[in-house]
Design a protein around this ligand. Structure first.
Ligand SMILES: [Zn+2]
Length: 394
């Protein structure tokens, strides 16, 4: 009888364990997966889920954290999860219709600010020529203010790949002279002077990899006025920089006829084509900003014409502007007549860097981090121009 009883008790405990085990699952880690997967998993076991929703770059509903992540779950135990509710567009003030600064530099001189007669690191009165000390400070300032560099040619084609919450900035250099100085080592390789504009850019490329350092250099037929002209141009292309057209002889387009205008642009393209075939950008930085108006008879010849029997096409022109340019996603965007900011310091007046970036703090482009989507506040939606990209409003 006792043995019989023991058998029944043993069987009872065996069954109880079996049923118990069926209701006590081993937890699976669902971090990185959609919350629905976890909800399906626990629905059979009468487990409760406690959910905390937070803003994140992960898709809405993605499980960011889960407790516990593994082990046997007791009946009625609570599973705690932290779930993404998407990006805080409003809090981050995401606006991809905001303005984008295209900085216009000329020469960078290996000098300290105290070495110049003019103030604030300007080598000449108008600040076209700047000291290396001032240029380094500019770059630090752009980085700290949350700007990240993009290529001018990408901007022209509406390709903006900047991380969430950051703003794009574009660097341009005109005239070639004082943009780079080089020497050669015993192996015959180019060594870039670390105090020249390109040397300083390379220094920042290493210092802040997420700065995505790049720039476009606009040349005349004298190129960089160096005995190593062609090697420098090839070096720049290989190192992520771009080369554009600044007319063959730095001509004033209000003072020449249309035939000469076509020659000035076509000849410069053919010089670049001989050195870096297909690898220069079909963009013209207008010398002196001339001819100042798109209505001028020479303007169409800058965009499309021919020289020596060869047709050319220009995607974009750069003015000697004074302020940031509209977003490429804006109805107001016109790639053929882009505005630039003169990169100089005039104590916060006359549209210098300080003045422009003060304005930009309220008007700048702030990225949603997704190059395939345009995110704008709902009330600005009607200002978006024609686009094939997905529109996202909040
Ligand atoms: Zn120039």
């Amino acid at each position: 009888m006792v043995i019989f009883m023991k058998k029944w008790i043993a069987l009872f405990f065996f069954c109880w364990c079996m049923i118990g085990c069926m209701h006590v699952p081993t937890m699976i880690n669902f971090e990185g997966k959609d919350r629905k997967e976890l909800e399906n998993f626990v629905s059979d076991y009468h487990l409760e889920i406690e959910v905390e929703e937070v803003y994140s770059e992960k898709q809405v509903g993605t499980i960011l954290e889960q407790y516990p992540k593994s082990g046997k779950i007791r009946k009625n135990e609570k599973i705690k999860i932290v779930v993404s509710k998407g990006i805080d567009y409003e809090g981050l003030k995401i606006n991809e219709l905001g303005d984008i600064p295209i900085m216009m530099y000329h020469g960078i001189w290996d000098m300290q600010n105290n070495d110049t007669d003019d103030k604030n690191g300007n080598v000449d009165h108008y600040g076209y020529q700047r000291t290396s000390e001032a240029f380094r400070k500019d770059l630090e300032f752009f980085y700290k203010e949350g700007y990240r560099m993009i290529r001018l040619s990408d901007f022209v084609h509406g390709k903006i790949d900047v991380e969430l919450g950051k703003s794009p900035i574009i660097l341009t250099f005109d005239d070639g002279k004082h943009n780079i100085s080089v020497s050669k080592n015993e192996q015959g390789e180019l060594i870039v002077d670390s105090h020249s504009a390109v040397g300083i850019l390379e220094e920042f490329k290493k210092k802040y990899p997420d700065f995505k350092v790049t720039a476009t250099f606009f040349l005349n037929s004298s190129l960089f006025e160096s005995e190593y002209n062609e090697e420098i141009i090839k070096w720049l292309i290989e190192h992520g920089y771009d080369i554009g057209n600044h007319s063959a002889d730095h001509v004033d387009f209000t003072k020449v006829n249309s035939e000469e205008a076509s020659k000035q642009i076509g000849k410069m393209y053919s010089i670049l084509d001989a050195i870096i075939p297909q690898k220069y950008v079909p963009i013209v930085a207008l010398p002196f900003g001339s001819p100042y108006s798109k209505e001028h008879i020479n303007f169409s010849h800058i965009l499309n014409s021919s020289y020596n029997g060869k047709n050319y096409h220009t995607d974009a022109t750069l003015r000697v502007g004074w302020e940031a340019n509209p977003s490429p996603f804006s109805k107001d965007f016109d790639a053929t007549f882009l505005k630039r900011i003169r990169a100089y310091d005039n104590s916060g007046t006359d549209f210098d860097i300080e003045m422009n970036f003060k304005i930009l703090s309220k008007t700048k482009f702030i990225s949603d981090g997704n190059p395939d989507m345009i995110t704008v506040p709902e009330d600005l939606k009607s200002n978006v121009g024609e686009t094939t990209l997905k529109l996202n409003t909040y």
